[in-house]
Design a protein around this ligand. Structure first.
Ligand SMILES: CC(C)(COP(=O)(O)OP(=O)(O)OC[C@H]1O[C@@H](n2cnc3c(N)ncnc32)[C@H](O)[C@@H]1OP(=O)(O)O)[C@@H](O)C(=O)NCCC(=O)NCCSC(=O)/C=C/CCCCCCCCCCCCC(=O)O
Length: 312
């Protein structure tokens, strides 16, 4: 779900609430869209801050819903929500603590400004799930960072620390203090200012020389490393779309690519790995010991029972 409150008289703070990582489940998506519409129609609200409840901003789309069309369809699509955020006629500031990953960063990219805590990290790791950033990320990130930096982040899926994100221009400000408080103060300072420039969907991609040669080379390099994986190649195709197509056509290309990947065996296998790796950490023994209740015993005696010496 999403919590909605008004602070300082004019700022609507929308807080994503879905522990432990504030993933964008159907309930969260419903809450977010409702909150954005409420903020839009309330004449007392002049700006909006979006944050994560109790720490992390957002770990992205709810991976548990993938492969289950009825779950995916029981809430609005991320693309629709992010379009409403970007189109809002009041400034929207993302207050990023912990992490903004996948759909979480795509949400932040739809906001007009991005504030981050100095220890936060951001990234688009969809490629490791056999996917691409399919909720506008493959189209908005290149428009913000330029093709080279965006392609690197999208194809590798790496997590970027706040300091680097600030240098890249992905974050507008970084703070050591309370991120939400800083974002609220900033939101008030930009109330009533024009927003057209801040909407990444309105911006062209920064120009790149020898665009055909650049993407040919990128595709060859990625193909060499991908070892048969389809997602990294689709990422290159989507970013090429961002560089060469108007925003809406780029979004249509992104949609076609992610729908194909989503139903692939590679994406299913990658999801299985994601949950199995985490499941493996939850061990039990036949005597009933468990990973979450087991405590190390205090050491009362220790002895050396052998010495091995070697000479060369
Ligand atoms: C860094 C982390 C976020 C946190 O790490 P850590 O603190 O170490 O904690 P973990 O142990 O890893 O995780 C804690 C528990 O949380 C669960 N978890 C984590 N992330 C998620 C998540 N995103 N969703 C659900 N659950 C999550 C984790 O499993 C643990 O629980 P448990 O112990 O297993 O019970 C780290 O967790 C991390 O890296 N997470 C993953 C981040 C990530 O990859 N995010 C990107 C997700 S993908 C995305 O955001 C967007 C994708 C594009 C989607 C576009 C949608 C298009 C729909 C098209 C539909 C077409 C269908 C057509 C169908 C048809 O026609 O048939």
């Amino acid at each position: 779900m999403a919590q909605y409150r008004i602070v300082s008289g004019s700022v609507a703070v929308i807080s994503i609430q879905n522990p432990p990582v504030n993933a964008l489940s159907a309930a969260v998506r419903n809450g977010l869209l409702l909150s954005v519409r409420t903020a839009s129609s309330d004449p007392l609200v002049r700006s909006v801050v979006i944050s994560g409840h109790n720490g992390p901003f957002c770990g992205g789309a709810d991976i548990k819903e993938f492969g289950n069309v009825s779950h995916l369809e029981s809430g609005p699509h991320l693309v629709e929500i992010f379009e409403s955020v970007e189109a809002l006629a009041k400034p929207v500031v993302a207050a990023i603590e912990g992490f903004a990953l996948g759909g979480g960063l795509e949400l932040a990219l739809a906001c007009h400004y991005r504030f981050g805590h100095s220890e936060a990290r951001v990234g688009l790791p969809e490629v490791s799930l056999g996917l691409l950033p399919g909720a506008g990320g493959s189209q908005r990130l290149p428009r913000l960072l330029g093709v080279r930096a965006a392609l690197d982040m999208i194809v590798t899926g790496r997590h970027v620390a706040a300091g680097e994100a600030l240098n890249l221009g992905l974050l507008d400000r970084v703070t050591d203090g309370n991120t939400v408080d800083a974002a609220v103060r900033f939101a008030q300072s930009v109330e009533g200012k024009p927003l057209d420039d801040r909407r990444l969907g309105n911006r062209p991609c920064p120009p790149l020389e020898n665009i055909d040669a650049f993407f040919e080379d990128a595709l060859n390099r990625v193909r060499g490393r991908a070892r048969g994986a389809a997602a990294p190649l689709a990422c290159v195709q989507a970013v090429r779309g961002a560089a060469t197509l108007p925003f809406l056509q780029g979004m249509a290309l992104e949609k076609r690519l992610v729908e194909t990947l989503m139903t692939s065996g590679q994406a299913q296998a990658s999801r299985y790995c994601f949950f199995t790796e985490r499941g493996a950490a939850r061990w039990t023994t036949p005597t009933g010991a468990r990973w979450d209740t087991c405590r190390a015993r205090p050491i009362s005696t220790a002895a050396v029972i052998g010495i091995y010496a070697s000479c060369i």
